[in-house]
Design a protein around this ligand. Structure first.
Ligand code: ZN
Length: 64
């Protein structure tokens, strides 16, 4: 059996190879991927019920 010591990790977003050492954005490859992934989380992936602000029926005008 071959057990490589160095495991090749990949960015969860763009699937590019990521190094853990010295990577401030681990497990992402870059700040951009980290922000994008977090953005998806906050945007719709993980919806936390909030009692503070009711959901607005309007669509977001920022459609980029
Ligand atoms: Zn990436």
């Amino acid at each position: 059996m071959t057990t490589p010591k160095k495991r090749q990790l990949k960015c969860p977003h763009c699937k590019k190879p990521v190094l853990k050492e010295g990577n401030a954005f681990f497990p992402f490859c870059s700040e951009q991927c980290q922000l994008i992934d977090l953005g998806q989380w906050l945007d719709g992936g993980y919806t936390v019920p909030s009692t503070d602000s009711p959901p607005s029926p309007e669509d977001s005008p920022e459609d980029n």
